[in-house]
Design a protein around this ligand. Structure first.
Ligand code: ADP
Length: 559
């Protein structure tokens, strides 16, 4: 007992000394950026300096006698208790940590603290701790990582609905308890594009209120003004008077009161310099007031969303333009077909007449005209094929045929149309393949005409047939201008042409390879391109599966 009394006496002495010291150091303690505290071994606060009032809102005496752990955020309490325990393990031991402390107003402040065990120090006899407020730094760190996440999520989509949804989901609960995205339609009204609430039950109330109170486009505040001025509106504290002022009916007032809103913020969504809508953030259940930092954050989020929306707009426009182009091609090629067929017929009639009349000069000119009409027919047919492929309307026959024959016919056909270049055919397919004979011929002719087109007249073109186990391979090799690696991957895309300023321009629409590749793919084959680069020639090859169950090879062709 006596010993206890002596200890209490010692402590009182110490505190007295401290008080005296405090008087001397008051200006220093008062202006300190840190919360200074002495704790006993149980964590009970023996002393805190006057800066506590400024930093945490408490009068120092208010805290003396309370256990420091009570002020620590429940999520951090365990870690701090453990730190305290290890601090007690040894005199002179020190430690540091980041943790949250309760401000007198109920909010949580992030602190960075350091402590030392000076219990054995006769002059101090306590755990000494000092902690500074790092809430702003913490908020900045978390905001930065949040914004990085937001950018990633928002830019991952080119679909408007997904962007709206992602936006509200990003906002709740990071910035607010609920969030709505309103979009201004061309017809001049606002529609809720997406809405999220921490409490799904409240969501129904928000919707009810909005349905009963459509946005008044002539209002002097709110969404119409935000969209026109492209400036945010921020209500730090929503008072009951405000609710009364905005409610038209008793039910409205009842609804808005039950929403329990604390503060609200709307920021504009701007695309190409035009306000297209707004994101509204509201705090309610958390009782948190939106701060200037939240305003800045919300504006940042809106800026990132605007970027994503700009991309989505560009994408939608590009898609629209492509659809328009495709529709135009479909109509134009269809319309061109009839006059070209007539042209061909009349040229032939004229050709026959002049041949009968023995007018050789005119006959020759008419033959050239006929050849040009054939080229025109091929181009128009190719365009029609592209349109049909897009709509999945290209029909294919299915029969077993001899690939060697198709190769020979394609070469022969080119010769008949006046091609005098050397075309060598090597190898054989060994077994019949299955598919649409004419379409395969068309694919091969495309490769052959390209090989001839993109190589010098003196160079040969080699067609090679190679038998495999389950499929045959046809390759067309030329020794011409070659293709650089970067283009090889894209050659089979629709309308893709290599644009090389060093090369002369070759005529073409950039659809031959697209069609050929589609045909081969539809047959279950694969088309490939190989070229060592510019000036190194090119080899296009494709595979075609063998007719099932045909004799020969090491298997039956079954996979
Ligand atoms: P095009 O009608 O333009 O020839 P293709 O789809 O048949 O259309 O070919 C697309 C592009 O691929 C061509 O414009 C050309 O740049 C390149 N290409 C095709 N075949 C060859 C080849 N054998 N050698 C070099 N370049 C080729």
């Amino acid at each position: 007992m006596a010993a206890d009394g002596a200890r209490v006496g010692q402590r009182t002495d110490r505190l007295r000394t401290l008080k005296r010291g405090e008087e001397r150091f008051r200006p220093l303690l008062e202006h300190s950026f840190e919360v200074i505290a002495l704790l006993d071994r149980a964590g009970v606060i023996l002393y805190t300096g006057p800066s506590t009032r400024r930093l945490l809102g408490y009068a120092p005496d208010e805290l003396v006698g309370r256990n420091a752990l009570e002020l620590i955020h429940p999520d951090d309490r365990e870690a701090i208790a453990a730190a305290l325990a290890s601090l007690l393990a040894e005199p002179g031991e020190s430690g540091a940590a980041e943790y949250r402390l309760r401000h007198q107003d109920g909010s949580w402040r992030w602190m960075e603290g350091a402590w030392a065990n000076l219990l054995d120090d006769a002059a101090v006899g306590a755990i000494v701790g000092n902690s500074r407020d790092v809430t702003d730094r913490k908020a900045l760190e978390s905001n930065l990582s949040y914004l990085a996440r937001a950018s990633k999520l928002l830019s991952a989509s080119l679909d408007f609905d997904t962007i709206w949804r992602n936006l509200t989901e990003l906002a709740v609960p990071h910035i607010a308890d609920w969030c709505a995205v309103d979009v201004l339609h061309e017809r001049g009204v606002f529609d809720i594009a997406a809405i999220a609430h921490r409490d799904p039950e409240k969501l129904a109330l928000v919707k009810e209120y909005r349905e009963a109170n459509p946005i008044d486009m002539s209002a002097e505040f709110g969404l119409p003004v935000i969209v026109t001025t492209k400036r945010p509106e921020y209500i730090p504290l929503i008072t009951d008077e405000l609710l009364v002022a905005i409610s038209k009916t008793a039910r409205d007032l009842e609804v808005v009161r039950s929403l329990g809103m604390t503060s609200a913020l709307s920021v504009p969504l701007v695309v190409r310099d035009r306000g297209i809508g707004a994101i509204t953030f509201v705090t309610s259940d958390s009782r948190r007031r939106l701060t200037e930092t939240d305003v800045a954050m919300a504006e940042e989020l809106a800026a990132r969303a605007s970027l994503a929306l700009e991309n989505a707009t560009l994408y939608a426009e590009a898609r629209g333009a492509v659809a328009l182009r495709d529709d135009f091609i479909a109509v134009a090629s269809h319309e061109l077909k009839t006059p070209i067929t007539s042209l061909k017929m009349y040229t032939q009639v004229l050709g026959n007449r002049t041949a009968r009349a023995g007018d050789e000069r005119t006959s020759r000119l008419l033959a050239k005209m006929d050849a040009q009409t054939n080229k025109l027919t091929r181009l128009v047919n190719d365009l029609l094929d592209v349109s049909r492929m897009r709509h999945g309307r290209l029909e294919f026959y299915d029969e077993a045929f001899d690939l060697g024959e198709v190769v020979a016919e394609a070469v022969e056909h080119l010769r008949l149309t006046g091609e005098e270049r050397e075309m060598r055919v090597e190898g054989e397919a060994a077994r019949p393949v299955r598919g649409d004979r004419d379409r395969v011929g068309q694919a091969l002719t495309n490769l052959l005409t390209n090989a001839l087109k993109f190589s010098a007249p003196s160079e040969a073109v080699v067609v090679r047939l190679t038998p495999g186990t389950a499929e045959a391979t046809v390759s067309v090799r030329d020794f011409g201008i070659g293709i650089e690696e970067e283009h090889q991957r894209r050659l089979f895309e629709r309308f893709y042409r290599v644009d090389d300023p060093d090369e002369r321009t070759y005529p073409g629409l950039g659809i031959g390879l697209f069609i050929a590749n589609e045909i081969v793919t539809r047959h279950g084959g694969v088309m490939r391109v190989a070229s060592a680069g510019k000036g190194q020639g090119a080899e296009f090859s494709f595979t075609l599966p063998y007719e099932r169950g045909t004799a020969g090879g090491t298997d039956t062709g079954d996979h």
